[in-house]
Design a protein around this ligand. Structure first.
Ligand SMILES: Cc1ncc(COP(=O)(O)O)c(C=O)c1O
Length: 412
């Protein structure tokens, strides 16, 4: 490509700057990723994605989580086509709503009921509202730095947010039962809910699975005080365990928020809950013009049934482990200190001595040049469409990328 000729991506970015504030918003603003990352994409299939300039990538972001079976999964596509033909946005829901709620209640042990919306933020917000309605209390405890969405009560940015929006949100440290107990004591008899992520997946720091001790402490406080235990399974849901991520630590929540992977890329979120919260859930007013659209629900039924019938979770875990083992071997051979954390199917890769992310940035840029799409400090995602050959091809690129990091920064 000639130096004077802009790429399509550059052209689109220039046009966007004129008609879209800042050119792009939120976490999808490519300015948050290493220079050279594309902002615009053209198409995707399986675990591969093509940008608007025709460059192909093996994708380890899976659209930031939603793509769990792979892009254009044949079974999901067939369900989507059939539903689109029949009708999507109708005067009310189709039978898919009931079928999907039945399937979710069958798969998720704590769930006696389910409700649906569009985004993860809708789901976490509904959970908090239902908890407050059921308990007639106000205080919600959430882990410091945990992400639960972009509404004023939980967005990480305080720009445009009032102190009143946050008045009844208090904090504790994830995996620290003592700090959770202390926060509960401070909330006193106004404690409505404890809100926890499936695991600690804060941006830019090593991910941590919940300890059994921490999960049990959260359950015990809620049982003793009558507050709701809410698990935010928006990011991890259906990747770690089909029944909910805290099944792995033997604790069941009262309410849970889901979205991302539930419909393999179609816009859908869910709230599940136990019978104790059924009446409150039916009393709050919550709705949206598109919340009952039938195509995403048909996609969700097909997605969840396929994950159940094919043990997709085990496959993703195995592929994530293959990637993790390969990276560990490569890092060792190049003398690089690499920290890999999170469950294998949702990996985070950080470098030792890399406070300014210079190593992580170079690693991602070098991998990208070789057709592998990674993230330098956010949870990444495996899908069922990642096969051993894809992982091995990606590892060829990461080996070269790690070599470049070692040459530039020396062994660590
Ligand atoms: C744990 C968690 N909760 C809530 C959300 C918000 O979901 P959404 O962006 O769909 O509103 C996210 C999104 O990344 C998330 O990771």
């Amino acid at each position: 490509m000639s130096e004077h000729r802009p790429t399509r991506d550059q052209e689109l970015k220039a046009r966007a700057r004129r008609v879209i504030p800042g050119g792009m918003w939120g976490h999808l603003d490519v300015k948050r990723q290493p220079p050279g990352y594309p902002q615009y994409f053209e198409r995707a299939r399986g675990c591969r994605m093509w940008d608007v300039d025709g460059r192909e990538y093996i994708d380890f972001m899976c659209s930031w989580g939603p793509i769990i079976l792979g892009h254009h999964d044949a079974d999901v596509d067939a369900a989507v086509r059939a539903q689109a033909e029949a009708g999507d946005c109708l005067n009310g829901p189709s039978a898919r709503l009931v079928e999907l709620a039945e399937l979710v209640v069958e798969l998720v042990p704590h769930a006696d009921w389910a409700m649906f919306s569009k985004n993860g933020t809708d789901a976490t917000t509904v959970c908090v509202t239902v908890a407050r309605a059921a308990t007639q209390r106000r205080k919600v405890l959430a882990a410091r730095r945990a992400y639960h969405g972009a509404a004023p009560w939980c967005t990480p940015s305080l720009i445009g947010v009032t102190a009143e929006d946050r008045a009844h949100i208090a904090h504790f440290d994830y995996n620290d039962p003592e700090s959770l107990r202390q926060a509960a004591v401070e909330a006193g008899d106004d404690l409505a809910a404890i809100l926890v992520s499936a695991f600690r997946h804060d941006l830019g720091r090593d991910h941590e699975l919940p300890t059994r001790e921490f999960a049990a402490a959260a359950r015990e406080i809620c049982d003793r005080t009558g507050a709701a235990l809410i698990v935010d399974d928006v990011r991890a849901g259906f990747r770690l365990h089909l029944g909910g991520s805290w099944e792995l630590v033997g604790v069941r929540p009262d309410l849970a928020a889901w979205s991302k992977a539930i419909a393999n890329g179609h816009a859908l979120a869910a709230v599940t809950g136990s019978d104790r919260f059924r009446e409150a859930a039916s009393s709050v007013f919550t709705t949206g013009s598109f919340w009952c659209a039938s195509v995403p629900m048909a996609a969700a039924v097909a997605t969840l049934a396929k994950l159940r019938d094919t043990d997709g979770v085990a496959h993703m875990r195995a592929m994530g482990q293959r990637l993790r083992d390969g990276l560990a071997t490569q890092a060792k051979s190049h003398g690089i200190g690499l920290r890999q954390s999170g469950p294998p199917q949702m990996p985070l890769v950080l470098f030792e001595d890399d406070a300014d992310l210079a190593k992580g940035t170079l690693f991602c840029q070098e991998a990208l040049r070789r057709g592998v799409f990674l993230h330098q400090n956010h949870t990444m995602f495996l899908s069922v469409a990642h096969k051993a050959a894809d992982i091995d091809q990606a590892l060829e690129a990461t080996d070269a990328a790690l070599k470049t990091v070692a040459e530039r920064f020396g062994a660590a």
